[in-house]
Design a protein around this ligand. Structure first.
Ligand SMILES: Cc1cc2nc3c(=O)[nH]c(=O)nc-3n(C[C@H](O)[C@H](O)[C@H](O)COP(=O)(O)OP(=O)(O)OC[C@H]3O[C@@H](n4cnc5c(N)ncnc54)[C@H](O)[C@@H]3O)c2cc1C
Length: 413
């Protein structure tokens, strides 16, 4: 990472948004030798300095698929994740609240070591920024937000202004600035969006019974509730009693749940998960997020590409959001390297479209699957409920369909 960033405000590639997707993209492209800057409105040094995971768990976690793990391994980042903290899970149990439908996934059935890992977002960021600190051709400009943007088909370079008044020009601007992307808005990208009419409540809990490296998820008429297994630091005895919960419910109910004191919330939570892990012994602070599905009609314009949540935001029920973002980062980095190695202009729309073609169908497909799931589990007439319960149990009994589902959720196909 270069120290002298103030004088040099021309870059080959400018990444706005240094979250998990933007930072991984910058690292994936670093080998090309292109000069890269990452701009972020939050102070990124807090991640770079985090050599160990904090004692308490970060409330934001991600279920990382084996395919994302392989990507992070290729960036020499996964070891940094392991050194800090992550929880492999070998099993997943999904069931329907009002029926008999249930599915059990087990990694051994498809000869895999784990279905994935639950990793705190701050741990992934710390490991990414540890590597970025060792990378000479990536500059960090943070904390400072994007203010204005000037681009267009007649321009060879994209120019941006930061809120501190500095201006930067680059051959390619990559928007990785999340669900409410300012780049997307300023550049006039069209989006299709709809409200899920759900809020997600997240928090860390300590349960009476061990989770047994199993992720559990219950589908209810009013939403879904997942308990994702966490693992203590290696120096502490891990009793497998910590989980991160993601509870997505209608806004009214979310408001009531957020207003409850810890003991009342714990009782509701315990009942909602059908006491599967015994008593909820402790709760950390609760956070809630509105859920909105959004998809950009195009991911690219001359000199600009959208990746991660800036291009698509998806319901967290299948834990795919950042995994899709990593696939975007990988595909765009490969396409930019390919264009650069042929000495062609990296911001040229013809080459950027290759990235869009590689990613848009897959992302849309996953979003429709999630939308279908959400609708199937929303309040439905009785025959549909029977059908979906029979469907779930049918899948559970059919090894072929089940294994196919597992491989695709793990990013293996
Ligand atoms: C409750 C919940 C649970 C989830 N669980 C999972 C899961 O289990 N698995 C999974 O794969 N995904 C999950 N997701 C989705 C996942 O969190 C997102 O897909 C992922 O964080 C997107 O990463 P990103 O880097 O694209 O965007 P972000 O993480 O949003 O990062 C954007 C970055 O851009 C910066 N930024 C924003 N605006 C500006 C600006 N104007 N100027 C400069 N910088 C700016 C921000 O500071 C931030 O660092 C979940 C989401 C939610 C809400």
């Amino acid at each position: 990472m270069s120290e002298n960033i103030a004088k040099s405000l021309d870059y080959d590639v400018l990444v706005v948004g240094g979250g998990m997707v933007g930072a991984s993209f910058a690292l994936a492209l670093a080998e090309s030798g292109l000069r890269i800057a990452v701009v972020d409105s939050q102070d990124l040094s807090k991640f770079a300095g985090q050599e160990r995971a904090k004692e308490s768990f970060d409330p934001r976690v991600s279920a990382i698929t084996p395919s994302s793990q392989a990507f992070l391994e290729s960036l020499a980042v996964w070891q940094g994740v392991r050194n800090r903290r992550c929880a492999p899970y070998s099993d997943m149990h999904v069931w329907d609240a009002d029926g008999t439908g249930s599915i059990h996934f087990n990694a051994q059935e498809i000869h895999a070591a784990a279905l994935g890992h639950i990793v705190e977002n701050s741990v992934i960021l710390a490991a990414l920024y540890e590597r970025i600190a060792e990378t000479a051709n990536i500059d960090l400009l943070a904390p400072v937000a994007l203010h204005a943007l000037e681009a267009g088909s007649h321009k060879e370079r994209v120019n941006i202004t930061l809120e501190d008044g500095r201006s930067i020009s680059a051959a390619l601007l990559v928007a990785a600035d999340g669900a409410n992307s300012k780049v997307r808005e300023l550049a006039g990208f069209q989006t299709k969006e709809w409200d899920y009419e759900h809020q997600a409540i997240v928090c860390t809990v300590k349960t009476q019974l061990p989770h047994g490296a199993t992720a559990i998820q219950r589908f209810m008429d009013e939403g879904t509730l997942a308990f994702l297994p966490l693992q203590q630091n290696s120096e502490l005895v891990d009793t497998q009693q910590h989980c991160s919960i993601v509870w997505s419910v209608l806004p009214d109910y979310a408001q009531r749940l957020m207003a409850m004191d810890d003991s009342a919330f714990a009782i509701q939570l315990q009942a909602a998960i059908e006491n599967k892990l015994g008593k909820i012994e402790r709760l950390d602070t609760r956070y809630s997020f509105p859920l909105r599905q959004r998809h950009a009609v195009d991911y690219v314009q001359p000199g600009i590409a959208l990746i991660g949540d800036a291009a698509h935001t998806i319901h967290p029920l299948a834990g795919q959001g950042v995994n899709l973002g990593f696939l975007d980062a990988q595909a765009l980095a490969e396409e930019v390297q390919r264009t650069h190695s042929k000495h062609l202009p990296i911001g040229d729309l013809r080459f950027l479209r290759r990235y869009q073609r590689r990613r848009i169908g897959h992302n849309l497909g996953m979003m429709w699957v999630m939308e279908g799931f959400k609708r199937l589990f929303a309040d439905q007439p009785l025959p549909l409920r029977w059908l979906r319960n029979a469907g779930m149990s049918g899948i559970d009994r059919s090894a072929i369909i089940k294994h196919q589902l597992m491989r695709s959720a793990m990013g293996m196909e």
